[in-house]
Design a protein around this ligand. Structure first.
Ligand SMILES: Cc1cc2nc3c(=O)[nH]c(=O)nc-3n(C[C@H](O)[C@H](O)[C@H](O)COP(=O)(O)OP(=O)(O)OC[C@H]3O[C@@H](n4cnc5c(N)ncnc54)[C@H](O)[C@@H]3O)c2cc1C
Length: 91
């Protein structure tokens, strides 16, 4: 696994995946770290999201993950981020 990324996104559900898609398409080397515990996990069906009405939340997330990970600039890591620090690096 690579260890250098331009962006690390903590949380790989809808918000994190959406951000990763925009970044990956902009050729930013992006890592998503996700612990697999979305807030909507208790609900069997999702509503008010046009074209996805009635789908299970996990199904929507799986489709999103599949689409985002088609971009070679984006990587996904299953795990819990427990620490973060900043590194100043001149490009
Ligand atoms: C019961 C319920 C029903 C809902 N029904 C609907 C609906 O029908 N229609 C609708 O439009 N919206 C619905 N919502 C709202 C919708 O689910 C949320 O708006 C949406 O899930 C928010 O997405 P998110 O990516 O911000 O957060 P989440 O989906 O909660 O994802 C956060 C992710 O970050 C990960 N994470 C957090 N901390 C860390 C860490 N330190 N390291 C690694 N990973 C981490 C978690 O494991 C999780 O996967 C519902 C919400 C709930 C609770």
């Amino acid at each position: 696994m690579e260890t250098e990324y331009e962006v690390i996104i903590i949380g790989g559900s809808y918000a994190g995946l959406s951000a990763a898609m925009a970044l990956g398409r902009s050729l930013r080397k992006t890592l998503i770290i996700d612990s697999g515990k979305p807030c909507n996990s208790p609900t069997p069906q999702s509503h008010n999201f046009i074209t996805h009405d009635g789908k299970a939340p996990a199904e929507i997330a799986n489709i999103a993950q599949e689409q985002v990970l088609k971009y070679p600039t984006v990587a996904f890591y299953n795990g819990l981020a427990t620490h973060a620090s900043s590194i100043t690096k001149r490009l």
